[in-house]
Design a protein around this ligand. Sequence first.
Ligand code: ACO
Length: 392
Amino acid sequence: MSDTRYPSNRRGHIIGWGKALPERVLTNDELATLVDTSDEWIRQRTGIAERHIAGEGETTFSLSLKAAQDALHITNLDPIHLDLIIVATVTPDYPFPATACLLQDALGAQHAAAFDLQAGCSGFVYGLSVAAGLLAAGLYRYALVVGAETLSRITDWTDRTTCVLFGDGAGAVVLESREEPGGILSSVLGADGSGGELLMIPGGGSAHPTCAEMVQDRQHFIQMKGQEVFRFATRTMPEAARQALEKAELGVDDVALFVPHQANDRILQTAAKRLGVPEDKMFSNLARYGNTSAASIPIALCEAIEQERIKRDDVIVLTGFGAGLTWAAAVVRWSLPLPSPTPRRRTIVWRSLRFRWARLRSRLRRLWRRVDARLFNLRYEQDGRRKRRDEE
Ligand code: ACO
């Protein structure tokens, strides 16, 4: 396990946040027409009432882009100043290139390093911790961390034990390295690979490459041993939160709000009990979105801000668990005044022009790459002809 406390005064501060959810909402009653389940069972066992499902053309990248644009809107930061983009996801658009690179191109973040991070539902807090470490070390000034998923694409819609749980969405934060009090104070990241098979997609990787047989056996979908994951979650989430608070030299009573991974209301209730905090200190929006894996914590954070559950100087704890098995917690002292001021119309227009320019720039670069390849081939052929002539 890795514990990090950022000792210097330079820390990563959250200066922008955004979320994106597909329009299509799938209710429990609709699910009950697909598999042998009921609204009552799902609500009682999980707390979920509905979830958002990506439509045609919507992908992890497109949801990431919308969430990232919203987060950048709040900061008024030109994406050209971003130094780092991390996308935490288990459902990238492609095995490669990384979804973070697609995002880097679409945002016009020309100077940013970009990579995907895979740590299951703990992915966002893992990404936040990695970015915060680089900012605290003074290596970068601005970072964008996204948690985004289209779990509906890896869900077995014939398996009632899993398909009722998951949803799609994305959340993003922009971090700035600042030498002032507050920001991301500490984090705890952990893993126990011995529990890997409790929550996995067995097929499609190098162990079992994609083939007709593998697909026929439905090995390309999520498989989960729910009860064991449940036990693991109720043990590790409160423990990780406690350890991260200790690192930050704070106690549970100092926390204004816990923003946990949204997997099951019963897990949140048990975690609240184990931490000794009232249930209303555990933010929950599970009813409307289900489990959106790496996206769930940043989406919940955005909603907590929208609902004015977070104020300047509040201590909040982000905590998650997931496939791997992994767990993570981060302690943040909120350093920005809330609510953030509404931007003027002129500013909104200018920002959207910036994103249009990024799209145009991307197209021009693709075009130039084709022209450049043609010119290179021509030169290569000419050189070959000249060489042959010289030899004759
Ligand atoms: N509708 C109706 N009945 C169902 C359903 C359903 N959707 N699913 C299961 N059942 C049945 C089972 O077949 C079982 O029937 P049986 O007693 O006749 O055998 C009964 O309900 C009880 O099943 P359990 O699995 O014991 O139900 P449980 O109370 O454990 O709830 C659940 C299952 C909701 C999955 C729970 O275990 C859970 O939330 N686990 C944690 C999952 C999680 O948090 N995953 C997070 C990571 S996701 C990621 O990283 C991508």
